[in-house]
Design a protein around this ligand. Structure first.
Ligand SMILES: [Fe+2]
Length: 344
């Protein structure tokens, strides 16, 4: 019986691969497109029925992810937030990230790491009552909207991502897990071991802060090799890591802190500040490239992480959305694959 289900599922999956075309900037009110075309690298498909059991739904989304070419599952170790898995599978709950009343700013998944996933998929189990739309932007389009000066800085300087961790004896000012403790994040109680562990990583540096917290600085290129196209593509967390984001929290609990002491921040790769004008220009380029998508319950969205950024709007009500990521691939491995491709 189970095999029959999988065969039927496989056939229906194969024959509906192009379903995404019906969503291209149509008059479907679920999708408001400010970009001029539906981005490459984005596919939306229905993968389960609402009356299926939770177990069947989880199996269906996992199967769909592998059929789509995921080749296993990646790890969020080193991710911005701890994510819980839904019961009975690999699907992670997106709820543990940014609070519902705030938008998730555009980013590439784990774009601040040395080994991001190539494929990300979101699936909708329950829509929010208000809002909660997924936002997609094609990185190449965003780049094309930036001034030459900014593109040159991104190419030549790269980016430095900063993360601050509290000591477990200091409470987060917000009471929400934006300030993770270094003890829980690194699963280690000895601060010197954490510092030396981070400093062993290529391009990473850690220091102990005055209040017993830890600051880590990760220097990364703002571009990444994309073997299928043979190009270096814009790839970053520049606007969602930048400290301005904390000015949007209600009551502005972080406003007295300089950017570099807020939970996350992003600088140019040489350690200089990205100015308000520069970050404003980047935000505008992302906003002007936005595709808003309201997934229906039962639908799954596959995103080529190296080509597309994603985010979401704020929402109200209960929302149940899961995420799967494909295995993490080291930036050097992507470069190697791209060189091999060029030699063929
Ligand atoms: Fe994400």
């Amino acid at each position: 019986m189970k095999n029959i289900f999988l065969i039927v599922f496989y056939i229906s999956f194969t024959f509906t691969t192009k379903i995404v075309n019906s969503y291209i900037c149509s008059d479907d009110s679920r999708i408001k497109c400010t970009a001029d075309k539906f981005p490459k690298g984005l596919t939306i498909k229905k993968v389960f029925e609402l009356d299926w059991t939770e177990e069947q739904k989880m199996k269906a989304v996992e199967k769909a992810f592998q059929l789509f070419g995921a080749k296993g599952y990646g790890s969020y170790k080193g991710g911005s937030t701890k994510r819980d898995k839904f019961e009975g599978g690999q699907v992670l709950d997106v709820f543990s990230g940014t609070p519902a009343n705030l938008p998730v700013i555009f980013h590439n998944e784990m774009g601040y790491t040395m080994a991001p996933p190539e494929l990300v998929a979101f699936m909708c189990f329950k829509r929010a009552e208000v809002g909660g739309l997924t936002k997609i932007a094609e990185n190449s389009r965003v780049l094309s909207l930036l001034s030459e000066d900014l593109v040159t800085k991104l190419k030549t300087l790269g980016l430095q991502y900063i993360r601050n961790f509290s000591d477990k004896n200091f409470k987060s000012p917000l009471g929400i897990p934006v300030y993770q403790t270094w003890q829980s994040y690194f699963e280690e109680e000895d601060i010197n071991k954490v510092i030396s562990q981070v400093n062993q990583q290529e391009n990473d540096k850690a220091i102990i802060l005055e209040d017993g917290g830890i600051q880590i600085m990760m220097t990364r290129p703002a571009f990444i090799a994309h073997p299928p196209s043979g190009k270096e593509v814009f790839f970053s967390n520049v606007i969602d890591y930048h400290g301005f984001l904390y000015d949007e929290y209600e009551d502005k609990p972080f406003s007295k802190l300089p950017y570099n002491l807020r939970p996350f921040h992003c600088l140019w790769g040489d350690g200089s500040e990205i100015t308000d004008e520069e970050i404003g220009e980047m935000r505008k380029a992302f906003d002007d490239s936005t595709l808003f998508i309201q997934l229906k319950e039962g639908e799954m969205m596959f995103i080529e992480n190296l080509l597309l950024s994603h985010g979401r709007t704020s929402y109200e009500g209960k929302r149940k959305v899961g995420v799967l990521i494909s295995p993490n691939v080291h930036r050097k491995e992507l470069e190697r694959q791209m060189l091999n491709r060029e030699e063929l």
